[in-house]
Design a protein around this ligand. Sequence first.
Ligand code: GDP
Ligand code: IMO
Ligand code: MG
Length: 437
Amino acid sequence: MHTGKANFLAVMGAQWGDEGKGKIIDFLAARADVVARFQGGNNAGHTVVVGKEVFKLHHVPSGILSPGTLCLLGSGMVINPVVLVEELAELERRGVDTGSLRISGKAHVIMDYHQALDQANEIFLGAKKIGTTGRGIGPAYADKAYRRGLRMIDFVEPERLRKRLADILPLQNRILQRVYDHPGYDLEELLERCRPASERLRPLVEDVSLLLEQQISRGKRVLFEGAQGTLLDIDHGTYPYVTASSTVSAAIGTGLGIGPHRIGEVLGVAKAYTTRVGEGPFPTEESGEQGRRLRERGFEYGTTTGRPRRCGWFDAVVARYAARVNGLTGLAVTKLDVLTGLETVRLAEGYRFRGQTIRELPVNLADLSDCEPVYRDMPGWGEELTAARSLEDLPAAARAYLEALEESVGVRVALISVGPERSQTITPPGSYLAGWQ
Ligand code: GDP
Ligand code: IMO
Ligand code: MG
């Protein structure tokens, strides 16, 4: 029986995704009973390094690598069943027991036609494209809102799947053929392609809301695994350069079917610098040598699509915003080790916008492209940090940088990551995660 708010811990992306949520979840999951995802789909790419093994997870919660941890896919997700089955097979091939995965029947299904629509739409937009992952995420969520989606509960029942697809497919084909010059899909072929995934996933589909409530009432420790990041949130992000789901902590309730009071602490994961994949504004972006250096040292290439990530300095304005819209109660600062070797490290404390200095994001986030960062420059350090295991192991300049970051964001640092491995994690004294292990 666990008590205390940290036992119901949300782990949220505080920037534009890829903050290292997978690594942080994996680190915490060793002592957790449940890890639940509540939004997004296989646009997510969460990398977890365990010894020499590198796992890239897209649907499956990062808790899967901790034996005995119940892993849940919530109703707020969109799931590509064919890809999920491949993901499970790959994990099993590598010796990971995936028997603890359960899927909400209310989660929506990503079908081939969603992926085709996503990619065709990006081509149609040309230079104005969003830069999506091309996984069909937007069209699947759009169909959910149009009330012509297919849910997991129907996907795993052959008769329901046939009936539902027969209802849905004519319109999908009409759109594909007439708008996008795509040949469309044949019902029987599509059903045949779905059949193995439907059979494989059938025993895993359950009432996830009920399962989770039972776990919570038994005092089990629960981690809520966010995907994407705050600035990619459909409402609170840099619209239209966002993903199609709500990525903030308030989405946990609807995305899992639990009350908001079930969320205890909210941990925001942020890199010690910033990255972004895809299009859209990014005030602290460094497109020259400095950005290239961060990309090479931080190995900043997309986990899902392999695209080079855009890189730049830490943006405290963005992090402060993420703190507000998520109600962050702590920060996990990752990839601090990547900053080693820089003469100066910078963090944006505000912006110059229309002749004024501002400390909060502009009302219209599209105006971010007109915001010039106001930097605080601090001395860098030359020491490698990857072997540090406590605050005292960090050079004074790195500690000073973390203090400045903490002060500027206004949220305490509860974890520091200095490398991709579980062990390369520092829990500062006084952190609410200090008692976690
Ligand atoms: P996520 O989508 O938020 O889970 O993040 P990604 O997995 O897409 O990207 C984070 C990348 O950084 C992964 O390759 C991790 O293995 C790696 N990583 C995580 N934390 C650290 C760290 O502290 N230092 C270094 N060097 N790499 C890290
Ligand atoms: P994780 O969970 C980084 C970005 C895409 C694109 C926009 C919309 O690994 O942090 P979508 O395919 O969702 O419609 O694309 O969102 N994007 C991500 N960027 N990390 C992710 O996930 C992302 N998921 C989507 O690059 O700009
Ligand atoms: Mg990622």
